[in-house]
Every structure is written in C-alpha cells, then in structure tokens.
Design a protein around this ligand. Structure first.
Ligand code: KIV
Length: 266
C-alpha cells in the first residue's frame, strides 16, 4: 500500500508534518465525499460552513448538533481513506468542557468521525484538554474564527496580533490538539507558527508555508456565487456555470418537447 491509499489516521496525519503536505476539503454529503476520497484528498472536514453553502444562512451560527451529526454520517459512510473531521457547531462546546465532551462523543459514536474541530486557542484550552483526556482527537482553529462573527462585527475581520496568535497556537498544542487550522493570517505569521509548532498546521488564506491546505469545496468547485472573490480562493473548476447551462438546456428541451426523444424512452 502506498502512502496515498493507506487509510489516514490521526497519528499518520500528525506524522506527515515536515514529510508531505496534507490536503483537506470540506464535505457535506455522500456523493462529493466519495469523489474527494477517491481523488486522494487526505482529510474531509464536515465544516459548519454548511450553514452558509448548504443552508443559505449568512453565518455558520445556526448549525445545530443534530445537523452536524446527520451530515457527518453521510461523509463518514463515503470515506474509505480520508480522515473525517467534524466541526463542533456554535454553542456545542462554549458552555463547558463537559458539554464539549458530550457533544464530541456524539459525533464519534453516532456519526463515526475520527476527530472534531473547534474554534479557539487559549480561551478553549480547558476544553481541548478535556477532549484529549477523553481520547477524542481535536483540531483547534485560530485566526479568523467565523463563530465570532457577532463579536468581531463581520466576516473577514481577524485579530492581527502575532503574539496573541502565537499564544493561542501554543496553548492549543499544549492542551493536546492534534492539529491547528489557521484562517486568514499573513503568510509570514503562518510560516513562523508552522516552524515552531510540533503539530501540523492547515491553512486557508494563510499562505504556502503551512503543513497542509484546506478549501471550502463548494468554493473551489466554483459552485458558490462567483461574487465571492477572496484572494486566497482558487476555483479549480466552474461547476456553477456548467450546472446552470445543463439546467437551462433541460428546461428548454422539456418545453420544446425534444426531451425525452426516442433514445431516452422505453
Ligand atoms: O467550516 C469550515 O468550512 C471551515 C473552513 C475554515 C475550512 O472551518
């Protein structure tokens, strides 16, 4: 078995640091998760970005535990090799470490995920430690934290203080996080953190020096609105335009009576 078709586990994910770059995409359903898994993507994140790209909300805040469990089940069912990580939705861990362990435990037991992710560093250190002590692998998420949108007054707003970021990163590692997601921070800061930390860093809008990269799949596939144009986003394909043309052609052919033709009728 080559390194790319061996099932990805948390220890293998951690051991990749400094050896090979890690790829991660968000996934929310069986079909896309199967495609990403077969393509060799290392990790599938059942992101709470589902609140925006699947549910059409303006923020990730409305996502519930039951919804996260439902979507995580669909993704876990598809993953033969990739490491499935589920986001802890807003207010599923902020109340107390006990609440976090109970909810993360549900994601492991009811949705078969390998690990969970939560937003925070030093402020969530007690919770990260409680999860690690319960043998629940946890990734921390620092930099731009979408669940803090109300406090920060908008998306894309991020604390740009490197010392704060470093303290959060080190606190998360010290508390037992197995990885760290860095969102929307300068490349130079991500490079310094990646060099200092022993755990892998996964970047989104954090430059090329991280140990791995994640993108929201619906964005990189060109499915979501093309009005969303952050500098870090590369659209690898334009499924939105192709889907719209296909749907238009279908509607026109139904209208004109040219579909179904003899070749598509029994
Ligand atoms: O929910 C999500 O999609 C995320 C992104 C930063 C990858 O956490």
């Amino acid at each position: 078995m080559t390194e790319t078709n061996r099932p990805m586990t948390v220890p293998r994910f951690m051991a990749s640091k400094g050896k090979r770059k890690l790829s991660m995409l968000t996934a929310y359903d069986f079909t896309f998760a199967s495609i990403f898994d077969a393509a060799g993507v290392d990790s599938l994140l059942v992101g709470d970005s589902m609140g925006m790209v699947i549910q059409g909300h303006d923020t990730t805040l409305p996502v519930t535990m039951d919804q996260m469990i439902y979507h995580s089940r669909l993704v876990s069912r598809a993953a033969k090799r990739a490491l499935v990580i589920a986001d802890m939705p807003f207010m599923s861990y902020q109340v107390s470490p006990q609440q976090a362990v109970e909810n993360a435990g549900r994601l492991i037991k009811e949705a078969s995920v390998a690990a969970v992710k939560l937003e925070g560093g030093e402020n969530q250190a007690r919770t990260i430690r409680a999860l690690a002590e319960a043998d629940i692998p946890v990734m921390a998420h620092v930099g731009m934290k979408p669940q803090s949108v109300r406090k920060l007054g908008g998306h894309g707003k991020v604390q740009r203080d490197f010392d704060r970021l470093r303290a959060d990163a080190l606190a998360a590692q010290e508390a037992g996080a197995f990885g760290l997601l860095l969102e929307l921070i300068p490349s130079a800061d991500a490079e310094k953190l990646t060099a200092e930390l022993q755990i892998p860093t996964i970047g989104i809008g954090a430059g090329p020096h991280c140990d791995g990269q994640v993108l929201v799949s619906y964005d990189m596939l060109g499915l979501t609105s093309h009005d969303f144009t952050p500098k870090f986003l590369k659209r690898f394909v334009d499924i939105r335009t192709a889907t719209e043309s296909a749907a238009r052609a279908f509607a026109e052919e139904v209208q004109s009576g040219s579909f179904p033709d003899a070749a598509h009728s029994h």
